[in-house]
Design a protein around this ligand. Structure first.
Ligand code: HEM
Length: 158
């Protein structure tokens, strides 16, 4: 009987703390990167973190420096939003952009898989590009949802 009470109490406490952490997440400030700021983290300087964005989400990819540091095979992808390059598996300079215009269904699907399966699984999110957080006129995009919010769907952002 006593044991059962402990179990119930533990259950209640975990529900409360889950709600509390959701509230904390919702209030966590979001770091916004302009194109120039993101460019500073392009792996050129030793000891500086390396960042890259996909779909406007900025990841710290420093732990993957064997892929991304200066001289490494995927260095071209960092310090910028490389959504198109990742979708097309291309390192062509013209594809090193956030622009998804004209991508095929299968390229978009591949983008989602790499976004979720590699980047979100492997690397911490450190912020968002200003393009994603703000509208073109600089006003806040009221539809912006940080990745760690519940009910976030990737299709919303494209
Ligand atoms: C002959 C061509 C290529 C080969 C043999 C190759 C090989 C590989 C291998 C073996 C990995 C996995 C490494 C690991 O997880 O330990 C990888 C990861 C990756 N590749 Fe390629 N790749 C090629 C071309 C490309 C191109 C053109 C792109 C352009 C975007 C690309 C983007 C990536 C990305 C983004 C990752 C994930 C890196 C990470 O985990 O941070 N690859 N590749």
């Amino acid at each position: 009987m006593f044991y059962a009470h402990i179990v119930v109490l533990y259950g209640l406490l975990s529900i409360c703390s889950t709600n509390e952490s959701k509230i904390k997440n919702a209030q966590r400030p979001v770091r916004l990167f302009t194109q120039e700021e993101l460019q500073r983290y392009d792996g050129t300087e030793d000891g500086q973190p390396i960042y890259m964005a996909i779909k406007g989400v900025v990841f710290d990819v420093t732990t993957g420096k064997e892929f991304y540091r200066k001289g490494a095979p995927y260095n071209a992808l960092v310090g910028k939003d490389s959504t198109r390059a990742v979708a097309k598996m291309s390192l062509e300079p013209a594809d090193l952009t956030h622009d998804t215009t004209g991508l095929t269904e299968s390229q978009l699907q591949s983008l989602e898989e790499i976004f979720k399966g590699t980047y979100k699984a492997k690397y911490p999110i450190v912020g968002y590009t200003s393009r994603r957080v703000l509208n073109e006129d600089g006003s806040p995009n009221i539809d912006f949802k940080p990745e760690d919010q519940p009910n976030f769907t990737i299709k919303d952002e494209l």
